[in-house]
Design a protein around this ligand. Structure first.
Ligand SMILES: [Zn+2]
Ligand SMILES: [Zn+2]
Length: 255
């Protein structure tokens, strides 16, 4: 039994065959999906999906790329969405300085605001960081609780960042990018994650595993990630499933 803690089944890439994608994943062993909102529209659709499928939970958040367009009304809507019983996390939120689609200052303000909401609601954070590790850590240390309830999703930093993330109490999740031929260094770093902090995710439709590289990713492919983790951490596939499911259930309070 596996929990895909981060996917975007609300995206258009799944419009034509969403139900078969969910069925294929369930056949592969995925018991629960956390459909992560990355915009207001996406958060609304995540809740819609969660209400249609027992196996789907939703998170509410706005990707840092969209920080420039935020108004106070955005937060009124966010608070309203958070009232839904199947919303179990805040995210994805964070910083993305890769293409700087929104100004860094606005991104930081938005991220801080969501950290406050997560504290107020006692909901875990699903954190996105791309090329912004320093600021992400600084903001979390300054504004977060100790330990911080949440996960650094799609981990892609070095040992130093991993150390800081673990020190803050966060969980760490890898996507199928860990299976890439050229991800040797990341696989080395992954060995430093204690089993009780590890989560699995696909970030589908993005980052399909090596065997399907360049195609649409889907939650069924999460088994490729499980297999690679089993190899590099030297524990059985069953153990990877068991501990990551326990971790996810505990962090996201999934019954
Ligand atoms: Zn992300
Ligand atoms: Zn994502």
């Amino acid at each position: 039994m596996i929990i895909d803690t981060h996917c975007h089944l609300d995206f258009d890439q799944f419009r034509a065959d969403r139900n078969s994608v969910i069925e294929r994943a369930e056949k592969a062993g995925v018991r629960y999906f956390i459909n992560v909102g990355s915009s207001l529209k996406g958060s609304r659709k995540s809740i819609e999906l969660a209400s249609e499928h027992d196996s789907v939970f939703a998170s509410v958040g706005i990707h840092p790329d969209d920080a420039d367009g935020i108004t106070e009304e955005t937060f009124t809507e966010v608070e309203r969405l958070l009232e839904n019983k199947k919303v179990i996390a805040i995210g994805e939120v964070g910083l993305d300085f890769f293409k700087k689609r929104s100004t860094p200052d606005k991104q930081k303000t938005l991220f801080t605001r969501f950290i406050d909401i997560s504290k107020k609601r006692n909901l875990p954070l699903i954190i996105h960081n791309r090329d912004a590790a320093r600021d992400t850590v600084d903001i979390l240390k300054k504004n977060g609780t100790h330990p911080i309830l949440g996960v650094m999703h799609c981990f892609s930093g070095d040992e130093k960042l991993l150390g800081e993330v673990l020190e803050m109490g966060l969980h760490v999740s890898f996507t199928c990018n860990l299976t890439f031929k050229n991800a040797k260094r990341l696989r080395e770093i992954a060995k430093g994650v204690p089993l009780d902090r590890l989560l699995l995710e696909t970030d589908a439709p993005f980052l399909a595993p090596q065997a399907y590289r360049g195609e649409r990713n889907e939650p069924a492919y999460i088994t490729e990630l499980r297999d690679v983790l089993s190899e590099i951490l030297n524990v059985s596939k069953e153990e990877i499933e068991k501990v990551t499911t326990e971790n996810a259930k505990k962090l996201f309070k999934i019954p």
